[in-house]
Write a protein that binds this ligand. Structure first.
Ligand SMILES: [Fe+2]
Ligand SMILES: [Fe+2]
Length: 179
């Protein structure tokens, strides 16, 4: 199998990784201008995104087999990108002084079961379900963006991750068409 190279990742994903370190801000400054009334909704939104990204990375992780195929290469890249999303929201939670949800292990299990069952069903099921799951993710991101009064930095992170999810839809659509 080809090693994961720079070309495996879209330019957007590379930017995500390059700029990841820029997300780190002093915890004291993050809350400074966010009103108390907004914090509850922001916390709920970040916890939702954090757990869903944990599930997303596991779905891809447990679809990967040992075969040296293009599908596996793309699944590894997608898993890596979901890991950066998970990291984005975990960092943001701690920057706000929040903690990750204690029940997030349930999302880990759902992702594992989902991913493992799809691996057994084969490539077509993986690709078709990938398109469906990522479309749901984009919709979920849109709902959270419109329903919560996010601070500027969090909104920018969420919009960036949502655009990555669009990239995943296109990735699986292209692979399905070339199948
Ligand atoms: Fe994601
Ligand atoms: Fe995704």
């Amino acid at each position: 199998m080809k090693r994961l190279s720079e070309s495996t990742f879209s330019s957007r994903e590379r930017k995500t990784q390059d700029k990841r370190s820029l997300n780190f801000k002093s915890t004291t400054s993050v809350k400074a201008w966010v009103s108390i009334s907004k914090l509850k909704a922001i916390k709920k939104g970040l916890l939702t995104l954090h757990t869903l990204e944990l599930m997303a990375q596991n779905i891809y992780k447990f679809q990967i087999t040992k075969k040296p195929t293009e599908l596996n290469r793309q699944l590894i890249a997608a898993m890596c990108n979901e890991m950066t999303h998970y990291q984005d929201f975990q960092v943001r939670l701690f920057e706000f002084g929040f903690k990750p949800g204690i029940l997030r292990w349930m999302y880990w299990i759902v992702g594992f079961v989902f991913g493992f069952c799809l691996r057994l069903l084969g490539k077509k099921a993986i690709l078709k379900t990938g398109i469906w799951v990522e479309t749901k993710a984009v919709q979920h991101y849109a709902e959270l963006l419109s329903s919560i009064d996010w601070d500027e930095d969090s909104r920018r992170i969420i919009e960036k991750d949502q655009s990555d999810e669009y990239g995943h839809i296109n990735r699986w659509k292209n692979l399905l068409e070339s199948n």
